[in-house]
Design a binder for this molecule. Structure first.
Ligand code: ZN
Ligand code: ZN
Length: 186
């Protein structure tokens, strides 16, 4: 029987508030450890897909993005690991400059240790029930099989900027589906 996975409901405003409070607690701890204050940072709950958190520095604006679905399914673990993970990115940017360090390098790791969190890079989450953006794929064929190419690769081929070859049969990949209007260079 084909059982449908129940879809996870995103975290509540109260839970969002807990995340915000956890963020400021962590910044307090960093202030204590590094002897300097860190400005409060905005938390947005608009991240989708497979990532649970993200630190953003864009147009000199800094903010954190969290995935309200993954947080809903793994709330305690998200508070314990994802929030400090992203806060440590923010703090390492302020202390060292994001361009001067590797994202999960020793500076970030040191901050994680100071926060008492193991500096792990990925969470091992079962994402069933969580909306994942379906990436569009384009079917290409060689002599031996069908290949699913990403939109990025597909566009490069169309623009004549790249050619891809099958690693098994060495044949160049050609668009497969005729109902996709694909311009093929001769
Ligand atoms: Zn990271
Ligand atoms: Zn092949």
């Amino acid at each position: 029987m084909n059982q449908k996975t129940p879809t996870i409901v995103p975290i509540t405003p109260e839970q969002q508030q807990q995340v915000i409070e956890r963020t400021s607690e962590l910044l307090q701890q960093c202030q204590h450890h590094f002897g300097r204050a860190f400005k409060p940072i905005d938390a947005r709950f608009d991240l989708r897909g497979r990532s649970s958190g993200m630190y953003v520095l864009k147009n000199k604006q800094r903010y954190l993005r969290f995935n309200p679905f993954i947080f809903a399914k793994y709330f305690d673990d998200s508070l314990a690991t994802t929030v400090p993970h992203e806060v440590a990115h923010y703090v390492s940017d302020i202390l060292f400059g994001i361009k001067n360090i590797r994202p999960h390098g020793k500076e970030w790791q040191t901050i994680m240790h100071k926060l008492g969190v193991e500096p792990k890079v990925t969470g091992n989450y079962d994402l069933s029930g969580i909306p994942i953006k379906q990436q569009h794929r384009f079917s290409y064929a060689c002599d031996c099989m069908t290949h699913q190419l990403t939109t990025t690769r597909h566009n490069k081929i169309i623009a004549g900027k790249a050619r891809y070859f099958c690693q098994k049969c060495d044949q160049q990949l050609n668009p497969k589906r005729v109902n996709q209007r694909i311009a093929v260079a001769p």
